[in-house]
Design a protein around this ligand. Structure first.
Ligand SMILES: C[S@@+](CC[C@H](N)C(=O)[O-])C[C@H]1O[C@@H](n2cnc3c(N)ncnc32)[C@H](O)[C@@H]1O
Length: 256
């Protein structure tokens, strides 16, 4: 990968089976080179011309890939600019879109000032920065240094460096700080490893938003989370991707 001029992002869609790798790249030559180095077969190639990205989440947030002027009806809505770079997370992918929906709703309902948001696997920083734009104290972690650099660039672009911090850290190995909300747009096997690490968070009332879960894998995540005492609060789907929100499970009072 390092020999490539750009670093395409890869996503293994069927862990446990023969891996399928989805690679997003602005150039076909990079894909051909990748195939030469690693072997495998190009199964499907979809070409899409670059078009500026624009996502609106009701009256809560507008995410764009450039600085163009917004339509009048959107000018009063908080805005985030996320440039299309090497890190995952422009907002176009269903997993990110679902997280943004849940995050904006959570923050709209949160009565607390300075809500603490921890974004595990922050990629471009989109979710951390969305939280910060909406008033949260947000921290994003990624185990890929290039993603952290990209997230920091996006924080500067949006003038959010005072509210959003990024660090290179492995969410499965590093001690996790307290947070009111934890977002993790990872894939299911990582989420299953992450859940047992969140017991203190569950007991202190953290809300959990888990994304990156393919249809068919959501029940395993729900079962594991429930066994660990989490209560499923919301379940959403876009195409074949699920997003789950969990909260604190009240212990049943013993009847004498
Ligand atoms: C699907 S992307 C999500 C990016 C962004 N949060 C979004 O919602 O669009 C997952 C990110 O998690 C990072 N990642 C994978 N395993 C990780 C781990 N164990 N600890 C921290 N980050 C991890 C990857 O480098 C990648 O940037």
């Amino acid at each position: 990968m390092h020999a490539l001029e750009i670093r395409p992002q890869a996503w293994i869609t069927k862990p446990g089976r023969s891996p399928v790798l989805q690679v997003y790249s602005p150039r076909i030559s990079s894909l051909i080179q990748l195939q030469k180095v690693h072997g495998g077969r190009i199964f499907k190639l979809t070409l899409r011309p670059f078009s500026p990205f624009h996502l609106r989440l009701g009256q809560s947030l507008v995410v764009t890939s450039d600085s163009r002027t917004l339509p009048v009806k959107e000018r009063g809505i908080p805005r985030l600019k996320i440039r299309a770079g090497p890190a995952f997370g422009t907002g176009e992918h269903a997993t990110t879109h679902l997280c943004l929906r849940y995050l904006t709703r959570f923050l709209a309902w949160s009565a607390k000032r300075n809500t603490g948001v921890l974004d595990l696997g922050c990629g471009s920083g989109i979710l951390t920065l969305a939280g910060a734009r909406l008033g949260a104290r947000a921290e994003g972690w990624d185990n890929d240094q290039s993603a952290v650099r990209e997230a920091e660039r996006n924080a500067r672009l949006n003038r959010l460096t005072a509210r959003a911090r990024f660090r290179k850290a492995d969410a499965l190995r590093t001690a996790l700080p307290p947070a009111d909300l934890i977002l993790a747009n990872l894939y299911d096997s990582l989420l299953l490893q992450l859940l047992p690490r969140l017991d203190k968070h569950r007991r202190s009332g953290t809300t959990l938003i888990l994304s990156g879960i393919l249809r068919g894998q959501e029940n395993a995540v729900i079962r594991t989370a429930r066994k660990l005492g989490w209560k499923l609060q919301r379940r959403g789907r876009l195409g074949r991707w699920f997003c789950l929100q969990f909260g604190h499970q009240e212990k049943k009072k013993r009847t004498p």
